[in-house]
Design a binder for this molecule. Structure first.
Ligand code: KG4
Ligand code: ZN
Length: 381
């Protein structure tokens, strides 16, 4: 079954053609980073306008790269939430119109479910695991960690007799009470004038800093020990920077960055950072990643599963991957990630998640609409 996936929940306009939920024939992502960069974060109104400009060419390009015509598409899977409402509506309305005109089935997909399926999709594409990964990887604990979300799920599958595709069920075990982890990376990078998005920049610069130079405190909260909180960590960085030479250095860096016409080169950026700034960046990353890994391992131990999935933009982080690999060996867990391009927002993951729904007979009708807030699964909110 050839599915067209469409994703436009935040600042990426994406379309992909995926065969049988496992083979990626194309995956096109038009990033809006240059548009939002100067604001240090996504500006919703600008994002919607850019989606409007990009949606048609991106879908056309996905079909071209896959070598299929729109008429050969057998179904359309589109993100229905959560996300920025104006952004979501562009992809959703276009996908809906396309399905209607092609007389093909339409299915709405939760963006978070897409991130979870990105792990299966990547592993299927790598041929490390074909359909067998389906039964051997569940139940598992999945950490979805991005610029908009930090959530721990227990994911199960049930294959009722006679059903062609398994049914996935999601149980929320914990989530961020304030900022998402990726948002904290972006805000710290903004504070230190390092550019946007902050995650990849901090990941690269942190290699040159001492992760134990600044004690930013441990993240402690009352209540559910599997919840996250990153606003305190971000504030701890703010207090260590405000009124210090780190702040004036950031101001100078901001002026230097503004004077540049071309895309910033990471070596030049490093040359414009003092050792103290590199140490701050490394200390922040160390604190954030340690917390993410520890709580995820705690969730896996509590659930008594031996598989962990990690997905979402922050899953690209090199320290996070390294720490999870170490923890996996220590506790004998299997830890699976998507490739970096499937970790960040893309439409192949939406088509992959939509495939299982369509095969199970789930279909959306013309009343399908976008939801800014759209919790996945049951459990705590
Ligand atoms: O999944 P994604 O593309 O979009 C959302 O659904 O939010 O994630 C984007 C987020 C941004 O906050 C970005 O800074 C973060 O992922 N990110 C990273 C890395 N690459 C992207 N964070 C830490 N380390 C990275 N290497
Ligand atoms: Zn995402």
């Amino acid at each position: 079954m050839l599915l067209l996936g469409i994703e436009s929940s935040c600042d990426e306009t994406a379309a992909a053609v995926v065969a049988d939920g496992t083979r990626i024939l194309s995956s096109v992502v038009a990033s809006q980073i240059p548009i939002h960069e100067k604001f240090g974060g996504v500006v919703p109104e600008l994002a919607s306008r850019e989606h409007l400009r990009k949606i048609v060419p991106v879908v056309d390009e996905a079909c071209r790269q896959a070598g299929v015509s729109l008429g050969e598409i057998e179904g359309v899977a589109v993100t229905e939430g959560p996300g920025l409402i104006g952004s979501l509506l562009v992809g959703l309305v276009y996908g809906k119109a396309l399905a209607l005109s092609l007389k093909k089935p339409l299915v709405g997909v939760n963006h978070l479910e897409g991130h979870i399926h990105a792990v299966l999709l990547h592993n299927a594409a790598q041929k490390q695991a074909g359909p067998s990964v389906l039964s051997s990887s569940f139940p598992n604990v999945t950490l979805v960690v991005s610029g908009g979300h930090t959530i721990l799920f227990r994911v199960e599958i049930s294959a009722s007799q006679g059903a062609i595709a398994p049914l996935f069920s999601y149980h929320r075990m914990g989530q961020s009470r304030d900022d998402a982890a990726g948002e904290a990376f972006d805000k710290v990078a903004k504070l230190l004038a390092l550019g946007y998005p902050g995650g990849p920049v901090i990941d690269r610069l942190a290699r040159y800093g001492n992760p134990h130079a600044y004690d930013l405190g441990r993240i402690r909260m009352k209540g559910n020990p599997l919840d996250f909180s990153f606003s305190g960590l971000k504030t701890a960085v703010l207090y260590r920077v405000r009124g210090t030479p780190l702040a004036s250095e950031a101001e100078e860096r901001e002026a230097w960055r503004k004077s540049l016409r071309n895309q910033l080169n990471s070596e030049d950026l490093r040359a414009h950072c003092s050792q103290a700034t590199l140490d701050m960046v490394a200390s922040f990353q160390e604190a954030a990643i340690t917390d993410l890994v520890q709580r995820t391992i705690a969730a896996a131990l509590e659930t008594k599963v031996n598989t962990i999935f990690v997905s979402g933009g922050v899953a690209c982080n090199s320290l996070l991957r390294q720490r999870f690999s170490q923890a996996a060996q220590e506790h004998n867990f299997g830890v699976f990630f998507p490739s970096p391009t499937l970790s960040t927002d893309n439409a192949a993951m939406i088509a992959a998640a939509g495939y299982y729904k369509l095969v199970r007979g789930e279909q959306a009708d013309h009343s399908l609409t976008a939801h800014a807030s759209f919790p996945l699964g049951d459990g705590r909110l």
